[in-house]
Design a protein around this ligand. Structure first.
Ligand SMILES: [Zn+2]
Ligand SMILES: [Zn+2]
Ligand SMILES: [Zn+2]
Length: 134
């Protein structure tokens, strides 16, 4: 029995390095008229491994390296909202848990935190000296 209709879908993304289409996956559908008179549909979907090494739907592309990651691995910098892959994510421990940041935001924020700590340290020295003068 020849299929009534066939549908082939290819999921692509533009590779930021080469500028060419890059295949992320494809799906194939087939509609067949059965002997009982019904139209039977069958579909097959294939997804290729993503840059993060997982198989599944691509969730986004890292702004730094262009890697395409799955929903689990892909994330955003919580400071500048840029999309980042797992490899380019830096995690800063805060009171509310780990904060995901991109490299430049991590550097900026951790530098600021260090300065804040130094500031408190200088202030405590100053307070100590004052009390001693009394
Ligand atoms: Zn990356
Ligand atoms: Zn993944
Ligand atoms: Zn950032």
């Amino acid at each position: 029995m020849k299929p009534l209709r066939r549908k082939h879908t290819t999921q692509v993304t533009t590779d930021p390095v080469t500028g060419k289409d890059r295949v992320l996956g494809w799906s194939q559908e087939e509609h067949v008229l059965s002997d009982k008179g019904s139209v039977d549909s069958s579909a097959m979907e294939r997804t290729f491994f993503l840059d993060c090494g997982c198989e599944g739907q691509a969730a986004g592309r890292c702004f730094e390296c262009g890697a395409i990651s799955c929903k689990t691995c892909h994330g955003h910098c919580q400071a500048c909202r840029k999309p980042i892959c797992m490899q380019h994510s830096r995690f800063l421990q805060s009171e509310e848990g780990a904060v995901r940041l991109c490299g430049s935001c991590f550097d900026r924020i951790s530098r600021k935190q260090t300065r804040a700590k130094i500031g408190r340290f200088v202030l405590s020295l100053f307070v100590e000296r004052e009390s001693r003068n009394d």
